[in-house]
Design a binder for this molecule. Structure first.
Ligand code: ATP
Ligand code: MG
Length: 424
């Protein structure tokens, strides 16, 4: 195929064979979020570049090197959204969702980051996320963590662990920042290029390094939790108490800082060891300063983002997909008048049995080739409407999977009973 007709590097097609595991995950997500009283917010995939620069932060990987930014025909700088939070905050401010109100919001959709593609890391990927606004206590931090925990349970994931940390108030973080700069400056010869660049701009991010050569230096760095302000300490204790009460296990990881600037107080990640290096499947925390930073009123905020592509890899590898979208019936239409009669019959069956998955043969074909299609479709039964069946208002029912069952010819009047007892 001509090169320009291939998908763009790092952007993926989800083929019909894989879409059932995607739907399995997304259906659970929607039902779960709704069941906690959260409501969906759909925002555009394109936003102004400034929104992401001002919210995610200039010295982050995303803004420095990962955004798909372009000028539109008017010369405005636009960006394909790299994450979901900025758009939610923008929409909330624009539509007055934050005025003396609490909001519990979810979203699902595609995100775009120009990264090096590898297993679990793509340039076009999907996230599901939750955002809450106007709720300041640790109760909501605990609630959203519980939602994630329940998500893993429903998906059938067993080995996911939770790491939590507190970044404290902005002031506490500022003080800690100075101490970190001092510490890393003293050891500047041990810093890699990225970290040297971050030293004065964003020293906390050095703690987030994935470079094993710096592990020792990072492990000996001053501990963020020793610099927490009292209120943040109380908040963090409140979160831990609630997690304990709900039976949600966690580890405190004082090196966990997250890659985005807007977080304060609680941050957390859910990690699996079953996906290699791309093990973080959910990441989030509190970002009380963001709404104000973008020009709104002071608004408490807390949320997370889940990497759905990584969930899908786990579901596929561990065969966890419980959904079944295979047809119950493949309707074979062989013989004079069967194609017309069959269409009417199929619609009637669909009226009577809304849950029925029924595939009707398309584009004629010999009896034999239709039966072959029936078999390939994965249907449980072929319903055969031939010349005789049309004349006599019957259907021949041929089991395709269970070879112990006999083929039988039923009067069309008795089909409903057959479907109810054998298929639904
Ligand atoms: P990482 O450290 O893996 O780059 P991140 O800190 O950049 O992650 P977030 O911005 O917190 O990730 O996004 C939340 C989640 O979205 C991640 O934990 C991950 O599961 C998923 N995610 C992020 N980037 C990608 C990507 N390029 N491809 C697939 N999933 C991704
Ligand atoms: Mg990243």
């Amino acid at each position: 195929m001509a090169k320009n007709l291939q998908s763009v590097r790092g952007m993926r097609d989800i083929l019909p064979e894989q879409s059932s595991s995607w739907q399995f995950i997304e259906n659970i997500a929607r039902e779960l979020f709704n069941s906690y009283g959260y409501k969906e917010l759909r925002t555009p995939i394109i936003e102004s570049t400034e929104l992401f620069k001002r919210s995610i932060g200039d010295a982050t990987d995303i803004v420095e090197k990962e955004m798909y930014t372009f000028e539109d025909r008017n010369g405005d700088s636009l960006t394909l959204r790299p994450e979901g939070t900025a758009g939610c905050v923008r929409a909330g401010m624009q539509h007055g969702l934050f005025h003396n109100q609490q909001q519990r919001i979810w979203y699902i959709g595609p995100m775009f980051r120009h990264e090096r593609p590898q297993k679990g890391r793509y340039r076009g990927f999907y996230q599901a996320g939750i955002e809450t606004y106007g709720i300041d206590g640790p109760d909501i931090d605990a609630e959203i963590i519980a939602i994630a925990a329940r998500f893993w349970k429903k998906l059938g994931f067993k080995k996911v662990r939770l790491e939590i940390n507190s970044l404290g108030s902005n002031e506490a973080r500022q003080a800690y920042r100075e101490i970190l700069i001092e510490y890393f400056s003293k050891n500047e010869d041990q810093l890699d290029e990225d970290s040297k660049r971050r030293l004065n701009k964003n020293p906390l991010r050095i703690l987030d390094t994935k470079n094993p050569k710096m592990a020792d230096l990072v492990s000996k760095a001053p501990d963020l939790l020793d610099y927490l302000d009292d209120e943040s300490k109380i908040h963090f204790e409140g979160l831990k108490t609630r997690l304990d009460i709900m039976g949600i296990e966690y580890q405190v990881n004082s090196r966990l800082v997250r890659g985005i600037d807007y977080y304060n107080r609680t941050v957390f990640e859910w990690i699996t060891d079953e996906l290699g290096a791309q093990g973080t499947i959910c990441a989030g925390g509190r970002y009380d300063g963001l709404v104000k930073q973008l020009g709104g009123r002071e608004t408490s905020a807390c949320g997370f983002g889940i990497g759905l592509d990584r969930l899908q890899l786990l579901v596929e590898e561990q065969k966890l997909d419980q959904s079944n979208y295979q047809p119950h019936i493949y309707l074979v239409l062989a013989g004079e008048g069967a194609d017309i009669a069959g269409l009417a019959l199929a619609e009637m069956l669909r009226d009577t049995h809304p849950q029925l998955r029924l595939l009707v043969n398309g584009g004629s074909g010999s009896f034999k080739s239709q039966l072959k299609r029936a078999d390939n479709s994965g249907a449980d039964y072929a319903f055969i409407l031939g010349e005789n069946e049309v004349k006599e208002s019957t259907i021949t029912v041929k089991p395709l999977r269970n070879k112990e069952l006999d083929q039988q010819t039923l009067s069309q009047e008795n089909l409903d009973e057959f479907i109810k007892t054998n298929l639904l």
